[in-house]
Design a protein around this ligand. Structure first.
Ligand SMILES: Cc1cc2nc3c(=O)[nH]c(=O)nc-3n(C[C@H](O)[C@H](O)[C@H](O)COP(=O)(O)OP(=O)(O)OC[C@H]3O[C@@H](n4cnc5c(N)ncnc54)[C@H](O)[C@@H]3O)c2cc1C
Ligand code: SF4
Length: 327
């Protein structure tokens, strides 16, 4: 495995990065920590001749956890270890601390994690391996080996941070050729698309920061992860939960899941009916069962889909019981 030559650009402002993106339209990738992109390049997965590094853009490094503003280039190590972030948003700190290894977390960033490439064991393979089997829709081919058809890719969203930000109602700021815009993080992910183009970012747009709404720090939150090797594996399931109660009744209850489908999903239809209710053990069990039934993992990661589905119920129940009993 080797890296093909590429031209590296080092803009010092968001505007300069976007101008470079316009010049090299369709032939570039943004480069943050490179811990996902460069291993993929080494496997010759959708390689581009230009890399626009975000490393020298100060604005993207701004980090104000006390105001809930987290720049796209903030390293995961900072999210994991910063005391203010850990006390206000423990679920985010837990999720950051569960990504890969300490070395990867020193380079990997918030933005790169939210925009990490989706994964599939027919995709994350060397060029020779993929050539021998026959390429697939997501890189160079025209069929899917997991769900044989020609329309859609089912590669799994395997970033750890997104669920923990989704349950807090995070927004993101995006910059592009037509200016800046804000949207809910939930709206970034395109659950109805072809599974190949994994977000709703327009060509050339870049992520500037994530922002947590006022009051997101209220209550309790957690992130738990199922993986094969706890030392560094991607999630086979990631469960984020946020719970706020007043007088023993639910004010806010959010669950979001990663590692199961093509995008990280908020389980609002299942949690909304519990607002105003007491979160009894029976209700927790029923909710966990409803969440379990609604997920649709496919067989493209290491653990079998049936097992991941079953563990979804188990993880949701455990997380809710732990948060509830802490009240
Ligand atoms: C051994 C190993 C284990 C790993 N385990 C995990 C794991 O357990 N959990 C997990 O979540 N990840 C894991 N990863 C993947 C990766 O390390 C992390 O997701 C990391 O946070 C990616 O961030 P990065 O800054 O390195 O992104 P990069 O690799 O630089 O970029 C990732 C993608 O995001 C785009 N991008 C980055 N920043 C921006 C921006 N601001 N605006 C627009 N586009 C942008 C890039 O163009 C690229 O497409 C692992 C990687 C390795 C090598
Ligand atoms: S789900 Fe199908 S199209 Fe997508 S990466 Fe896997 S084999 Fe390729």
């Amino acid at each position: 495995m080797h890296l093909d030559p590429f031209e590296l650009h080092l803009p010092t402002s968001v505007e300069e990065a976007i101008a470079l993106a316009r010049t090299h339209s369709g032939a570039f990738d943004y480069l943050a920590g490179g811990t996902d992109l460069l291993p993929n390049y080494k496997m010759h997965l959708n390689v581009r001749p230009h890399l626009i590094s975000l490393d020298r853009i100060e604005e993207l490094r701004a980090f104000h956890p006390e105001e809930g503003r987290l720049g796209a280039m903030v390293p995961l190590r900072t999210l994991e270890a910063h005391p203010v972030l850990a006390s206000r948003y423990p679920g985010i700190a837990q999720a950051a601390g569960e990504v890969a290894t300490p070395l990867v977390r020193a380079s990997g960033t918030l933005g790169g994690n939210l925009l990490v490439e989706t994964r599939c064991f027919f995709f994350n393979q060397s060029h020779a391996w993929r050539e021998a089997l026959g390429y697939c829709l997501k890189a160079e081919g025209d069929r899917c080996h997991v769900v044989p058809q020609k329309e859609r890719c089912y590669a799994t969203f395997s970033g750890d941070l997104a669920p923990s930000l989704l349950v807090l109602g995070a927004e993101i700021e995006i910059a592009g050729t037509s200016g800046r815009r804000r949207l809910l993080l939930e709206e970034l992910y395109d659950g109805k698309g072809d599974g190949i183009r994994r977000t709703r970012l327009a060509p050339g747009e870049l992520l500037v920061r994530a922002a947590l709404p006022a009051g997101a720090e209220r209550g309790r939150a957690s992130y738990s992860k199922l993986r094969v090797r706890p030392s560094f594996d991607f999630p086979e399931l990631g469960v984020a939960v946020a719970l706020a109660e007043t007088d023993g009744r639910v004010d806010r209850l959010e669950i979001a899941l990663g590692g199961l489908e093509t995008y990280p999903r908020r389980m609002q239809a299942q949690t909304a009916p519990l607002v105003g209710e007491k979160l009894t053990e029976d209700r927790v069990r029923t909710l966990a069962e409803e969440v379990r039934k609604s997920v649709r993992p496919v067989h493209n990661t290491f653990l079998a889909p049936d097992y991941r589905k079953r563990m979804t119920g188990v993880f949701v129940r455990r997380a809710l019981m732990a948060l509830r009993s802490a009240s």
